[in-house]
Design a protein around this ligand. Structure first.
Ligand code: ADP
Ligand code: ADP
Ligand code: ZN
Length: 216
């Protein structure tokens, strides 16, 4: 099953995608993570993307389509992908259809995680991750069980993203509303969309997602 996670920045896509990866063996493909790796590695692509990411703007379609296509080629046939943060434009969605078609596959389900803008700002400004394994945390909503120690790997170093400031989040939300939201219509027309209420707590959202995927 190939699953697209759609939702504004901070909606909980990464949190839920990681769990679906662990529970269902799907392969999570996050263009945000791929781009941050390119920035950290100092590649030409990373330099080009980094400046746009710092401003909260989307990077050009060709660039992310190239990244996704390379990563997909590395994956043999398997249980499927969870696309987290891709596609973000209609052009990307069309490219994804082509990439999957060449594997004899398609997008099967699109999960929309619905959260209101004001809650999103609080989620983003409180977000941090384990520097070792990438597990996501939040200063209010998801603290490690033992303070300063990652639940998942025992790591003690944590980091915050440079673009997780209130000012940049507002820009990212604008980009979401203008460029990404039209994808809901694109996939609704294909009968693939299931919407979950992302305002609930993490466990409740997980349960709703399971119902949306396993139900009709
Ligand atoms: P996205 O990948 O959509 O940008 P994340 O999964 O990184 O979002 O979640 C953003 C922040 O909000 C993280 O700090 C995460 O721990 C927290 N979070 C995720 N889901 C919920 C939820 N349902 N309720 C409260 N906080 C949440
Ligand atoms: P979030 O879900 O919290 O907004 P991501 O990690 O998915 O964050 O993306 C961070 C930044 O990387 C975006 O603001 C954008 O600049 C860039 N980016 C990630 N994925 C894409 C994409 N599919 N198309 C264009 N830009 C992207
Ligand atoms: Zn960890």
């Amino acid at each position: 099953m190939n699953l697209v996670m759609l939702g504004a920045p901070g909606a909980g896509k990464g949190t839920q995608a990681k769990r679906l990866q662990d529970m269902r063996g799907l392969v999570q493909l996050s263009t945000g993570d791929m781009l941050r790796a390119a920035v950290a590695a100092g590649t030409k692509l990373g330099t080009q993307a980094g400046a746009l990411m710092e401003r909260g703007e989307l990077v050009p379609d060709e660039l992310v389509i190239g990244l996704i296509s390379e990563r997909m080629e590395e994956e043999p046939d398997g249980p499927g992908f969870i696309l987290d943060g891709f596609p973000r434009t209609i052009g990307q969605a069309e490219a994804l259809d082509e990439l999957l078609k060449s594997r004899g596959e398609a997008v099967d389900r699109v999960l929309v995680i619905d959260v209101n803008d004001e809650a999103l700002v609080g989620r983003i400004t409180g977000r941090y991750t384990c520097a070792t394994c990438g597990e996501g945390y939040h200063t209010l909503f998801k603290k490690p069980k033992v303070e300063g120690v990652c639940d998942r790997c025992g790591g003690t170093e944590f980091k915050r993203r440079k673009d997780d400031t209130e000012e940049v989040v507002r820009e990212r939300l604008n980009a979401y509303h203008a460029q990404t939201k039209p994808l809901i219509g694109y996939y609704t027309a294909q009968g693939k969309v299931r919407t979950v209420d992302g305002m609930a707590d993490i466990e409740t959202v997980q349960k709703e997602i399971d119902l949306a995927l396993d139900g009709a």
